[in-house]
Design a protein. Structure first.
Length: 328
């Protein structure tokens, strides 16, 4: 395959630090544009990798970076509701206000393919058992509302010469060099391994999840796809839809049956069960890993000391890191 130039915006984050090595392995030249607030060492040096430190709001710098780029994967944002709500104005400027200028210059400067990472949280609370891409979006937080609004912008600019695709991922889980321990499966795994006790908030809510390696594979599949159907289209990407209490049981199965469960009421009523049939039908993409594989990967990382100080290390928790860097 011909080597192509890909810009990964937010490429030093939780998913990006797993995705970039995969792209390099598949003979892409990769530019990573990131603030690197979680460090540059999450990405190993490589002949075909260039790291550019910058803020997504710096449009003049982005214009320089985007020259000679054929494809863009846009992962960057203030991620998750608590981090966004620390400073809603900052979150809006980064997640939404900067987005249309970015996609406009991408199209103007000849980018051929633009892939945007949205979120399955745009669906809000749904009673239906298989939430598909044509259902009404009912985001219940500003974070998810701006994700939905950015989707509208993507499709406004898509054309036959500027292929635009949106992914709505389930919650990602598993091990990464830029680890997150503030996501449901990862949280349960951390407490299960070290505390031997898991607190279940509610438990009946459905949470769709996807193994981080499958998430990265889905981006690669879109990059490699010549199928015109992906243009102007949106895809859910998930592995399993389980209740929170069942996720806790999966963790216990891997971490040990001595783990104690404590169930407490929760005011977080988000519950949704996404269907990933569309991406299977259009692109024959189907996840290869299970949630238990993500838990096993985390267990190995804990045992081999790849992850340390897992309850207080700000580099594993977005909200702690955001509090300490004073981003303006």
């Amino acid at each position: 395959m011909k080597i192509k130039n890909v810009l990964v915006i937010g490429g030093a984050g939780y998913v990006g630090s797993k995705l970039v090595p995969l792209l390099l392995k598949n003979n892409f030249r990769v530019l990573v544009f990131d603030l690197f607030i979680y460090g540059e060492d999450v990405l190993s040096d490589h002949l075909n990798l260039k790291k550019i430190k910058g803020d997504i709001r710096n449009i003049s710098l982005l214009k320089e970076v985007i020259n000679d780029v054929e494809s863009i994967i846009h992962l960057a944002c203030i991620s998750n509701d608590p981090s966004f709500e620390l400073d809603p104005s900052l979150g809006k400027r980064i997640n939404y206000d900067s987005f249309e200028p970015l996609i406009k210059i991408s199209k103007d400067q000849g980018v051929k393919k633009f892939i945007y990472a949205s979120s399955s949280s745009v669906y809000g609370v749904k009673k239906e058992m298989n939430v598909h891409e044509n259902m009404k979006l009912e985001p219940i937080t500003d974070y998810s509302r701006f994700k939905a609004m950015c989707e509208d912008i993507v499709f406004k600019y898509s054309s036959k010469d500027f292929i635009c695709t949106v992914l709505r991922p389930a919650t990602v889980c598993g091990y990464s060099r830029r680890q997150r321990l503030d996501l449901v499966v990862n949280i349960l795994s951390n407490h299960g391994f070290f505390n031997r006790k898991i607190k279940i908030l509610g438990g009946e809510q459905y949470r769709p999840n996807i193994h981080i390696d499958d998430m990265c594979d889905s981006y690669l599949r879109l990059l490699l796809s010549d199928n015109p159907i992906i243009n102007g289209n949106v895809y859910n990407v998930g592995t399993e839809n389980q209740k929170v209490k069942d996720l806790a049981n999966t963790v216990s199965d891997i971490m040990g049956d001595d783990i104690i469960f404590e169930t407490v009421p929760s005011n977080d009523d988000r519950s949704y069960h996404i269907s990933s049939e569309k991406i299977l039908k259009d692109l024959q993409f189907s996840p290869k890993r299970r949630i238990k594989d993500a838990v096993e990967d985390l267990k190995k990382a804990f045992e081999t000391k790849l992850l340390n100080n897992t309850f207080n290390n700000e580099y594993y928790f977005n909200i702690l890191r955001m509090k300490n860097i004073n981003l303006v």
